[in-house]
Design a protein around this ligand. Structure first.
Ligand code: URA
Length: 184
């Protein structure tokens, strides 16, 4: 695949799992195609499915607030998900759906070549960092994996359910911004 547009076109025709039949829109990813920092969430929700853009619903709006609060420009990052299609009723992505879709994310990462990957939530962290990842214990800790600096933060939807986690999220995002500045 030569570029993100070509990859997106390939994804648009994907029927590798049953979610291909139920999606309104494929949610490929959005942002800077040569971002140093990439965020990876779990799967599109209702608003994302309706618009084709990741993190535009309530959780995404909260993510935007954290980016602004720590001084990360949205235009300098890239945002994608493990799954490119919405699971029915926003249930957790099944392992076989992740297996079918993850190759597209890997191709995206190869094209974007970020230096840092931040997993949004447990599902993404377990898939990309470590299958035994414990988000409550490990969030905000950086690891080096496959040449990338990686960490995970709480999923913004978890913060909406449990506002007590918001302090940790702010501190983690500050660390991410500091680590990003170190890269430059
Ligand atoms: N939650 C996710 O994990 N991804 C989105 O794009 C929206 C909500």
């Amino acid at each position: 695949m030569k570029n993100l547009d070509e990859l997106k076109e390939k994804c648009e025709g994907c029927q590798m799992c049953p979610l291909g039949k139920t999606r309104k829109n494929l949610v490929f990813g959005v942002g800077n195609g040569s971002a140093k920092l990439m965020f990876v969430g779990e799967a599109p929700g209702e608003r994302e499915d309706a618009t084709g853009i990741p993190f535009v619903g309530a959780a995404g709006q909260l993510l935007d607030k954290y980016l602004a609060a720590v001084g990360i420009e949205k235009s300098e990052v890239y945002i994608a998900n493990i799954l490119k299609c919405r699971p029915p009723k926003n249930r957790d992505p099944l392992p076989e759906e992740q297996d079918a879709c993850i190759g597209y994310l890997r191709e995206q990462v190869k094209l974007i070549r970020p230096k840092m990957i931040v997993c949004l939530g447990r599902i993404s962290a377990m898939r990309l960092i470590d299958p035994s990842y414990r988000i409550t214990k490990d969030h905000g800790n950086f690891v080096k994996k496959g040449g990338f600096l990686m960490t995970a933060v709480y999923h913004p939807a978890a913060l909406l359910r449990d506002p007590q986690k918001k302090v940790d999220m702010y501190l983690d995002m500050k660390k991410i911004k500091a680590a990003l500045d170190e890269l430059e």
